[in-house]
Design a protein around this ligand. Structure first.
Ligand SMILES: [Zn+2]
Length: 189
């Protein structure tokens, strides 16, 4: 039998059948309703109905979280990333502000003169969270070879780039592409 979910106000039982337990209340009409979100549990022995909230609340992005995001803008020294997924040790994280910055000196060990050469608007990137503040999330892609662009798009025709044995190319117009590529690139030939 599927587990019944309770939401604030959900009817749980008639007042004469059960007593209100945890996260349940008796409404003015005498019936029992949920006051929270969770699984509805009927204790047949005690004749109590309760709503058990999920014990694991999603945690916020913190230092060391791995994020996936879309490059929304690039200038000489910064790439702006809109986060759409974040996780740490396999557990999903909630992205609060969801907007992050990758500074040019956090991209790779070698000196990078112009960030435009390594990230393009629309690219999907995998990055690690360096710092989280009230104002921004700082990212880095230099601590692990899996960090960087995991899916890039041809700047000529917008077709997803593919990884060939001798480099990254557009399968449509054959233009070669340069990026800070991840070694986990998604589209291998
Ligand atoms: Zn192309």
């Amino acid at each position: 039998m599927p587990k019944k979910q309770g939401f604030p106000g959900t009817f749980l039982s008639y007042g004469e059948e059960y007593l209100p337990g945890k996260n349940a209340f008796e409404g003015p009409e005498g019936n029992i309703h949920s006051s929270s979100v969770g699984e509805v549990v009927f204790d047949e022995k005690q004749k109590v109905v309760s709503v058990l909230e999920k014990t694991r609340q999603p945690e916020l992005i913190d230092v060391g979280s791995i994020i996936y995001g879309t490059v929304g803008g690039v200038n000489d020294s910064k790439a702006f990333v809109d986060i759409f997924e974040a996780q740490k040790n396999g557990n999903l994280r909630v992205s609060g502000s969801a907007s992050a910055v990758l500074m040019v000196f956090n991209v790779k060990e070698e000196y990078v003169k112009d960030l435009h050469e390594l990230f393009k608007v629309g690219d999907i990137v995998k990055a690690r969270v360096l710092t989280v503040s009230k104002f921004t999330i700082d990212l880095e892609t230099k601590s692990d070879p899996s960090l960087g662009v995991v899916k890039g798009f041809c700047t000529n025709c917008r077709v997803p780039l593919r990884q060939f044995h001798n480099g990254f190319k557009c399968p449509n117009c054959a233009m070669e592409a340069n990026r800070k590529f991840s070694n986990d690139y998604l589209l291998k030939h």
